[in-house]
Design a protein around this ligand. Structure first.
Ligand SMILES: Nc1ncnc2c1ncn2[C@@H]1O[C@H](COP(=O)(O)OP(=O)(O)OP(=O)(O)O)[C@@H](O)[C@H]1O
Length: 312
């Protein structure tokens, strides 16, 4: 008997898992106004990366994900998934999604749900392994309606694994779950990603992005406001913020001296600045500019997130 097994390790490929160029999408708001949900983003995700899309409500994460899945058509720009049109990639079983809501039938048991979808994909031989990977092997007899939110999401994760996709996209898969369920969900997902599957997930939780992603892409107001390895973003977040009362006309000079300088905020005549070496910046401000009332404050991850995503 021939059986297809879930691929244990994927071969490296030079084609990006996701290639997004100058992607935009507008909607008509409830009062007839134009909402620029996604505003010209560029992004490449390589095979095997585990990437978190992090951003506040309305940042454009879901709209971007919908375009990656081929559920929404861009107004302009392009999305390619493994070099193909997203719908073609989905038809070829290369991409699967775990969405926040919907998609399950309450009256089915967990096992019935998995077998029905497995039959559709011709993958019934993989059922035990998929259930084990999604950590639902002990829940087979339970009705979907009796499963907790976390168990239902793990079931959806199992269904997403059935076509053995190269890319899994999860849109806030743990929204509303308690800490323990979130941990179990991500442990299952993380173990699976170690086999080389590419994973893109949207989340509001910094801590989740930090624990489970190799790379964080922060979105705000339809734009990518930060993109780096989890370690980079953490380093940026742990930078100190130097603030001072400073005349506006001194700012261009500062930017010439420190090309990497970030202006994180201007409030009440005070300017808030971030540079990798805050000592050098503070010394320069005090000795070479008319800056006064200088303060240096440390920046936690939450503050960094707010500073980066408010587009300051
Ligand atoms: N179908 C639609 N019609 C009108 N406006 C929409 C539609 N879909 C999204 N928007 C708007 O586009 C913007 C981006 O929404 P999107 O859902 O992509 O953000 P998000 O980052 O996923 O937010 P959340 O974390 O709340 O899910 C928001 O202002 C939203 O109200």
């Amino acid at each position: 008997m021939t059986q297809r097994h879930l691929t244990p390790a994927r071969t490296a490929s030079t084609v990006p898992a996701i290639a997004i160029s100058d992607l935009s999408k507008r909607f008509r708001g409830s009062k007839g106004e134009t909402v620029q949900a996604v505003d010209g983003i560029d992004l490449q995700i390589q095979p095997g990366e585990v990437v978190a899309f992090l951003g506040p409500n309305g940042a454009g994460k879901t709209t971007t994900i919908d375009m990656i899945l081929g559920l929404t058509t861009p107004d302009s720009g392009e999305v390619r998934v493994f070099g193909r049109d997203p719908r073609e990639a989905a038809r070829a079983g290369r991409i699967a999604a775990v969405m926040q809501t919907g998609g399950l039938l309450d009256d089915f048991t967990v096992a019935e749900t998995v077998s029905t979808v497995a039959a559709l994909h011709g993958r019934t031989a993989d059922i035990p392994e998929v259930m084990r990977r999604a950590d639902i092997a002990d829940l087979g007899a339970r009705k979907v309606s009796r499963c907790s939110g976390g168990e239902q999401q793990r079931l959806k994760f199992a269904l997403a694994l059935l076509p053995d996709p190269d890319l899994i996209v999860l849109d806030e898969p743990t929204a509303g779950m308690d800490v323990e369920s979130r941990r179990t969900f991500w442990a299952a997902m993380r173990a699976d990603a170690q086999h080389g599957r590419t994973v893109l997930f949207a989340t509001h939780y910094l801590e989740e992005a930090d624990s489970f992603a190799d790379r964080i892409v922060m979105m705000a107001s339809g734009r990518v406001v930060a993109d780096g390895s989890t370690a980079d973003i953490r380093a940026r977040a742990s930078r100190r913020i130097v603030s001072a009362v400073l005349d506006d006309d001194a700012v261009p000079g500062l930017q010439r001296v420190f090309p990497d300088l970030e202006i994180t905020e201007r409030r009440g005549g005070r300017i808030y600045l971030s540079l990798e070496n805050s000592d050098v910046l503070a010394r320069h401000l005090l000795t070479s500019t008319r800056a006064r009332d200088l303060e240096i404050a440390s920046h936690n991850l939450e503050d960094a997130f707010v500073a980066l995503t408010t587009g300051a």
